[in-house]
Design a protein around this ligand. Sequence first.
Ligand code: GRF
Length: 193
Amino acid sequence: MATLTGSKKIKTAVFISGKGSNLKNLIKFSKTKKSPISIDLIISNNFKAKGLVFGKMFKIKKKVFNFQNKFISEKSILLELKNNKIDLICLAGFMKIISKNFIKNFKGKILNIHPSLLPKYKGLNTHQRAIENNEKFSGCTVHYVSAKLDSGKIILQKKVKIKQNENKKSLEKRILAQEHKLYPKAILKVLNL
Ligand code: GRF
């Protein structure tokens, strides 16, 4: 993992596809004194991602790649990351699976947040599946990204109790609130802070 030299913050890119509440939260964290990171780049595969608004709001450079050709998009993203001296990538609701080759270029420097207690409920629709299976708990996980979907080494998890009569929306909301606490903690942990 990247290391901190002097007072320089680690240049970080956040990848999003949707509403970007984790992005917003990471930006806020990055502006606190204790933050070892700065958010310097926002990457998306979706021109309509609501979270892109935070680029404008916080004056952070944003770039969208359409992924019609994954190889070409990833190559352009890698160039963009290099040009911006990015040393850490945080996936936050990014709906594209990134390739082995891409991961190789940022080995041990790509984190993801997933809304379940991995290894349970990899993939999509996690809250619905947890409720249908009568789980007592669900939660969220920050993990390193590996070539296998939602399977890289776990960094931190937070358990959330599933209430009686819980629905997908209510659980999602409560877990998202925990995600916002967990991601900054996980970043501090991987940087040994
Ligand atoms: C979060 O639940 C995250 O765990 C998952 O996608 C969702 C993104 O939400 N990977 P947001 O765009 O950060 O609000």
